[in-house]
Design a protein around this ligand. Structure first.
Ligand code: ZN
Length: 276
């Protein structure tokens, strides 16, 4: 599932069509996870794409005259940029054509993604965005802010960090990686975290997201430009998906192996020695 770094990479890849006018919007089915906007093409055709912003795992495509298209990639959604028209491929549900002939196809086999329209004036108060916590890479996110958000929480740290109301954009992969970097157990009660540990966690979240964007961005950008290959960042993960492999942070003599535990029906990967 695309998390903040993947969505940010896609957002950056879309710079190529920012400033262009949307000349055609082709809709091939009535819905994704929710119905696509009514009069979808009519509402956007002829408008200029003025910018693409991101909030958590959502993109906000700002069009001239006020409409804002909220886009979420769901579990399997991808956006594929091409230089010109091409015969529709499987699972391409919406195709945007821009004034220079570039097409942007939204492909989503599982259809957990969504596209919905709002306006520039109402975007921040949209029900999908209004309750979202701070952007972890923004200046407004730091140790004290995270400490306040965790205070009184009785859930495990892992579950708390997946809650988009606490901090925006984190998913399973980057929560595991951030907890590993911070040396904090995913099973620790969120509300018990204090002082230096919270600061360490806030910094680890920022660092892992920054590294992911920097390291994986180019491969995902290629993906956006239609290489068709998955461009996620497996080669940089320290613990995620690595059950039983040698723990990269512990000395070889310690014989530490990455462990996996299931929390809220999702796998958590961690180092049993250093995460306490
Ligand atoms: Zn270890």
């Amino acid at each position: 599932m695309p998390e903040l770094p993947e969505v940010e990479t896609v957002r950056r890849g879309l710079a190529r069509v920012v400033g262009l006018t949307l000349t055609r919007l082709e809709q091939r089915r009535p819905d994704l996870r929710i119905p696509l906007p009514s009069d979808f093409a009519k509402q956007l055709e002829g408008r200029r794409l003025e910018g693409v912003d991101r909030r958590g795992k959502y993109m906000l495509w700002r069009f001239s005259g006020g409409p804002v298209l909220i886009v979420h990639l769901g579990m399997s959604g991808t956006l594929i940029l091409r230089d010109g028209p091409r015969a529709p491929e499987l699972h391409e549900h919406v195709v945007f054509t821009f004034s220079d002939g570039t097409t942007l196809a939204y492909q989503d086999p599982r259809r957990f993604g969504l596209m919905t329209l709002t306006t520039a004036d109402n975007a921040s108060q949209h029900r999908l965005l209004a309750d979202m916590g701070p952007e972890p890479l923004g200046n407004e996110f730091n140790g004290p802010v995270l400490a306040a958000a965790l205070k009184g929480r009785k859930s495990p740290l892992k579950a708390a960090l997946l809650d988009q109301r606490l901090v925006a954009g984190l998913g399973n992969i980057y929560v595991c990686e951030a907890l590993y970097r911070a040396g904090l157990s995913p099973e620790r009660l969120a509300g018990t975290l204090r002082g230096p540990a919270v600061e360490r966690l806030a910094q680890a979240i920022k660092a892992v997201l920054t590294d992911a964007i920097a390291a994986g961005g180019s491969s995902l950008r290629n993906y956006v430009q239609a290489s068709g290959e998955l461009g996620y960042f497996q080669h940089r993960w320290a613990v995620y998906g690595k059950e039983g492999e040698r723990c990269p942070g512990c000395s070889p003599t310690a014989r530490c192996r990455v462990q996996r535990v299931v929390q809220s029906a999702r796998s958590t990967f961690y180092c049993p020695r250093t995460q306490t």
